[in-house]
Design a protein around this ligand. Structure first.
Ligand code: SF4
Ligand code: SF4
Ligand code: FES
Length: 394
């Protein structure tokens, strides 16, 4: 057995701005610096000011003892004060925890008789961990509200700024680590999870109250935790056969079988954010390096597969800020999209200063118009640009 992940969080008070996110929004049984910290890293991912370091426990002069856990009926001895994910890795299990903050519940297992996220749950003496039983899919969801503009997968003809066009909710947890995340509290925090039934019920209730025929899932990354997303879409479709069901995603998990399953379940509209064309720009925007080629390929392939095989509405999002992406790459992305379809809706998104990139300068309307012109010049006919003064239509 190799002790490979004995870590602890420490807060640097010189960098901390006391925003409260690590205290109020992070799924944490303790606090940075506490002897009970598991080193799960959730607070480190969520802190906008990069004030929380994750250190090896040895550096924190911690002495560890081994405790007994029971995994699928078998006894293992693992270090105390680690997460269930780390305990499973110690015991030789394959572990997948794409968000790592207790948001997506893709890593959820039956732990001590309850469904809990392995990535942020601390081991305890005698804990029973069951990897064989499939728990009911759950997910942390927030921000249920009617929206007047919609997202990347909302047809531009519906965007009106005056009356609700769809009811959206935000699914917590993301597999990207974008330093300028435009929705970081949803992407990097956990909370109390909800069932697909309760999420579907709230969405339908708000949609009826506002006389809106569309619901939308955004995030975070909506497609993490496939069972949850499929189940909630099926429930919505059963409740209302005419409802438009819209998913906004980074596309990185959209294999062809997942796309087919989403469409079969009832998804009618999809917005896919293509973050970049080149791997280097992709890493600059997402802070993902290990899987970057794979994620880039899957997201670009998803656009082509959906347009070639499914009759649903597709919108493509491209983040634009000159500090993140050169204009030549915008043009090259446009050329590649135009080879797939010249008529697909492409929405340029003006990335503002957010999360850890508080230095970003919001693109001007003229800059967004220039980026739109670059896309139009390569043959795209349906480009819209989100700007500080509203959308520039095609
Ligand atoms: S999230 Fe970061 S800045 Fe905010 S209180 Fe915690 S350590 Fe401080
Ligand atoms: S979120 Fe995780 S790493 Fe941070 S203090 Fe809590 S247990 Fe430690
Ligand atoms: S990976 Fe554990 S909740 Fe998302």
């Amino acid at each position: 057995m190799q002790a490979h992940n004995l870590q602890i969080a420490r807060r640097n008070l010189h960098l901390c701005r006391f925003c409260g996110i690590c205290r109020d929004a992070v799924s944490c049984p303790t606090e940075p610096g506490s002897v009970d910290c598991t080193g799960c890293g959730a607070c480190h991912l969520a802190c906008p000011y990069e004030a929380i370091e994750i250190l090896p426990r040895e550096q924190a002069h911690e002495r560890m003892r081994l405790i007994k856990v029971i995994i699928d009926g078998e006894i293992f001895f693992v270090p105390e004060r680690i997460t269930v994910s780390d305990a499973l890795a110690f015991a030789g299990y394959q572990v997948s925890d794409p968000c790592g903050v207790g948001g997506c519940f893709a890593c959820a297992l039956v732990i001590g008789g309850e469904t809990k996220p392995a990535c942020v749950t601390a081991v305890a003496e005698g804990m029973k961990i069951d990897t064989m039983t499939k728990p009911e899919p759950l997910r942390v969801v927030s921000g249920f509200a009617p929206h007047v503009v919609g997202g990347v997968g909302t047809p531009h003809t519906l965007k009106n700024y005056t009356r609700p066009v769809e009811v959206a909710c935000f699914l917590h947890g993301c597999n990207y680590r974008c330093p300028q995340c435009q929705n970081h509290v949803m992407a990097f925090t956990g909370g109390v999870p909800m069932t697909p039934k309760s999420v579907a019920g709230i969405l339908i209730g708000i949609a009826e109250a506002y006389h809106v025929g569309r619901v939308a899932f955004s995030g975070g990354e909506a497609t993490l935790n496939r069972e949850f997303l499929i189940k909630v879409i099926k429930l919505l479709r059963t409740r209302d056969s005419d409802l438009r069901i819209h998913v906004d995603t980074n596309g990185s998990l959209l294999t062809t079988d997942y796309i087919d399953e989403l469409v079969d379940a009832g998804m009618t509209d999809i917005g896919i954010d293509l973050k970049a064309l080149s791997p280097d720009t992709f890493t600059k925007i997402t802070a993902v390096s290990e899987d970057r080629e794979r994620f880039l390929k899957i997201s670009w392939d998803a656009v082509k597969y959906i347009l070639d095989n499914h009759d649903i509405f597709v919108g493509i999002g491209i983040p634009y800020n000159r500090a993140l992406m050169p204009m030549e790459e915008i043009r090259a992305m446009g050329e590649k999209i135009a080879q797939i379809s010249k008529d697909v809706q492409v929405c340029l998104l003006d990335y503002r200063a957010a999360f850890r990139r508080r230095d970003l300068v919001l693109p001007t309307v003229a800059e967004m118009a220039e980026a739109k012109e670059a896309l139009n010049s390569v043959g795209l006919r349906n480009v819209i640009a989100q700007t500080v003064e509203g959308h520039i239509g095609p």
